[in-house]
Design a protein around this ligand. Sequence first.
Ligand code: NAD
Length: 300
Amino acid sequence: MSGDIGFVGLGNMGGPMAARLAAEGHRLTVADAAPGVAAAFAAEHPTAQVADGNASFARTATLVLMLPDSDVVEQVLEGDGLAEALPPGCLVIDMSSSEPLRTRALARRLADRGLSLLDAPVSGGVRGARAGTLSVLAGGAPKDLERAAPLLRAMARTIVPVGGTGCGHAAKALNNLVSAATVSVTVEALALGEAFGIPPETMTQVLNSSSGRTNTSENKVAQFMTSGSFDSGFALRLMSKDVDIAVGLARSLDRTAELSGHVADQWRRVARSVPPRTDHTAMYALLGTAADEEAKEATR
Ligand code: NAD
């Protein structure tokens, strides 16, 4: 892919993802709302320059967004006017975990401006972002995916073409619904085991050698939960947002998703009661605590 790459959103994921592109020699124009973040990135990566307003993206062939949610994606592109500054033919790749129906509507509005949109959210966490081993779940026109593939391959080991516009974002929300449910149920099993006299470390060993094994039991419990570090780099409020997207999808399809609704309620309740940057692995410390019980009472 030729031409300049714009990259907006250099947080826990976007920072290391953009760093992978810079390491391959791509010229990057970077922006982030948090003061000093873009400048710090450019200081570390000689091929990157800090955007000085939307005009800096006037020659951008591909714009990558790694932002918290659809609200922010729409704000950046439309509210703040970045879409107006992009040249016709620019491919916008939304790698954030956004809302599929809003993505479809956004794609139509961008098409009116001569811009294409690919939804390409990722799985694999901060570790995968640093290592360039993410999975990309892609939604959009095959020709746009083909165009984006060399750039995506700098950040990902696996690219799954999921379907048309919005399918990547739908698949990502559904994946995280499963992931959140396994965190919830694993944390419950560990607490019940402990109450019965089985140490969490032993119970984790049990899960990892048995049919209850999941990504949560293998890659989160010992590393971020029982260790007490709670620093996987994925915020609890973002996971809660993803589960809400999945449940919203069920609602929009007029489908019942009973268990998913319970999972969403639980994550929403806990997300409301903790500081915004609390890691999602802190569910281990939060579920069943006195503070959680109070929050549960307050929302009854
Ligand atoms: P983050 O909060 O660490 O990063 C978001 C970045 O966007 C921040 O640096 C913030 O300053 C910036 N930002 C916010 N509003 C902005 C605006 N108006 N203009 C420019 N920059 C703005 O979040 P993250 O963990 O990097 O997650 C980003 C997306 O990726 C989310 O949709 C999340 O659900 C998804 N995701 C996260 C992980 C993970 O492990 N952290 C894994 C897969 C997917």
